[in-house]
Design a protein around this ligand. Structure first.
Ligand SMILES: C[S@@+](CC[C@H](N)C(=O)[O-])C[C@H]1O[C@@H](n2cnc3c(N)ncnc32)[C@H](O)[C@@H]1O
Length: 203
């Protein structure tokens, strides 16, 4: 196990998932971003999905081809337990996104608060390579990271903060920025965290 796996497994094994700073009772902003893509019941991957209810809500809306990737087995266990019997309807992949080669393509790639942990350029390049391999032509990549006025750490780890223009540079010429906005996320502890949301389309 690497330090990164160990960090995230310890988070999900020791913390109440509804108390972590990124917790939200409903993934409303993600749903808004997905709605903007126009994709409906199409293959979707939630990268670093953690214990989020995004897959659960999409299942309730009739989506059928859902994949959640996360570095933490413990995160998958928490999310699967919440889904109960429905959990078999979600494909779960335990992997570090910077070491992963997508075996197929998705219409929607969703990442809330994962890319910003990649502070090494080599890790970001590996992420973007996976993104290019994993998103179909005309498909969408939704990224939410801390904004330039957001925190410089998350879960005790350093992060990089992005404007939508900076994210567009990271995504490279294969992706066109279609929508973007800033969101003030309220943590369960009452703090405010500024996020950049960006919806890219693969050319
Ligand atoms: C801040 S949490 C966000 C969780 C979820 N996206 C949400 O919005 O509730 C970051 C998540 O990314 C996962 N993660 C961190 N680094 C990762 C990596 N290199 N590859 C895959 N997952 C990673 C963590 O285990 C954790 O579940």
């Amino acid at each position: 196990m690497t330090q990164r796996d160990a960090h995230w497994n310890a988070v999900y094994e020791t913390k109440d998932p509804s108390k972590v700073s990124w917790y939200q009772p409903r993934p409303d902003t993600s749903l808004r971003a997905i709605a903007l893509t126009g994709a409906e019941n199409q293959p979707l991957i939630d990268v670093g999905g953690g214990a989020s209810d995004l897959a659960k809500v999409l299942l309730e809306r009739g989506w059928k081809d859902l994949t959640v990737l996360d570095i933490s087995e413990a995160a998958h266990a928490v999310a699967a337990e919440r889904l109960g019997r429905q959990s078999t309807q979600v494909t779960r992949i335990v992997a570090n996104i910077t070491d992963w080669t997508p075996p197929r393509r998705y219409a929607v790639w969703h990442d809330r608060a994962v890319f910003h942990f990649l502070i090494d350029a080599a890790d970001r390049a590996a992420y973007v390579a996976a993104l290019n391999a994993g998103v179909e032509s005309g498909g969408y990549a939704i990224l939410a990271t801390f904004a330039p006025d957001g925190p410089d750490k998350c879960s005790g780890l350093p992060v990089r903060r992005y404007s939508c223009e900076q994210l567009a540079v990271e995504m490279g010429p294969g992706f066109e920025l279609r929508h973007h906005w800033q969101e003030m996320h309220k943590t369960p502890g009452g703090a405010e965290q500024s996020f950049t949301w960006a919806v890219f389309q693969r050319l």
